[in-house]
Design a protein around this ligand. Sequence first.
Ligand SMILES: Cc1cc2nc3c(=O)[nH]c(=O)nc-3n(C[C@H](O)[C@H](O)[C@H](O)COP(=O)(O)O)c2cc1C
Length: 378
Amino acid sequence: MRYWTAGESHGQTLIALVDGFPAGVALETAPIDRELERRQGGYGRGGRQRIEKDTVQIRTGIWKGQSIGSPIALEVVNRDYKLERLDDLPKPRPGHADLTGAIKHLGSIRGVLERSSARETAVRVAAGALAKQLLAPFGITVVGYVVELGGEKIEPVSGTPEELIALRDASEIYSLDPSRDAAFKQMIDETRKAGDTLGGVVEVRVEGLPFGLGTHAQWDRKLDGRLAQAVMAVQAIKGVEIGLGFEAARRRGSQVHDPIHYDESQRDTPNLGFTRPTNNAGGLEGGMTNGQPLVIRAAKKPISTLAKPLASIDLNTKEAVDASYERSDVCAVSAASVIVENVVAFEIAVALTDKFGSDSLTEMLSRYELFLKLARER
Ligand SMILES: Cc1cc2nc3c(=O)[nH]c(=O)nc-3n(C[C@H](O)[C@H](O)[C@H](O)COP(=O)(O)O)c2cc1C
């Protein structure tokens, strides 16, 4: 299973083409639309989000409400379609694809920024939210939230996926501590007034994973590597950590690796009874899921377009100028948590189809049950 996207920020439409999605999955647009709405939200967004009200249309690959095993085209139409009326932007913005893309393609900055814009993530979210509908019958949940904003940490709390979602959805920042929203909103407001922007860190937690998604056997099918690629490929993400991440490098081995215990009472759960008192590995060992929750974090840099612009060069005259300013977000870390959540969901679904087949949900579920039975008897 895989997907590609097409579409420009102010073009007619955005498309995700999902190939290899199994047959027999009941598909609904409402859960996809909810994710699209969350992606547009979060405190600190710019005017564009007030123009767009994203909804998805499932254009192909569906019959009587179910997937049929053919490619699925997901479409999110741009309300703010005006590309043909837009001019070029001669003054490349530092931190964007503007300068390099225009030189690489021997063309305009407009032609580059329209595609490099994070508007494209609307359909990545749609593809991930579609993938979640495949994960649901396996009891796999994926929850993303903000754990750091503007350099201030927000410690994640533990809880069931439902509890985490309730906390997160009560927060305008999409963190697990809504009581700190007011302080973060003030930080965002002050940053906006100063003509500056903010970044942060998001975390995604995946529960209900069976053993053995991914592989130790070949580099390009290791799940940690695949997740890292999917997450790093989100606009403005500059770092990815799994489990302890960089902190693991600073500790002794005895303070990093998760001891292996056995608890017979959990034999019928996806961990097969193999419990770990800690989860510093973040649910992945040797490029495979190890029956523990998967925990992955991503660092998002501050928005590159500044209301108080950085120094740049006019590409036509080569004169020193201020960088161009286009309507922009001040902080999109909350939105990034939605995007990272959904690109992770897609990669998990890919790994699930790699292990249990991708022709039909019915076959996948029976192979999944058989695998659990054989693994318990092993
Ligand atoms: C949800 C989200 C919203 C974004 N909104 C903006 C924005 O309004 N203005 C801007 O300059 N950059 C924005 N960005 C960041 C740029 O898309 C990104 O930094 C740029 O395409 C360069 O890519 P790179 O940072 O991955 O190198 C946003 C990123 C994300 C994830």
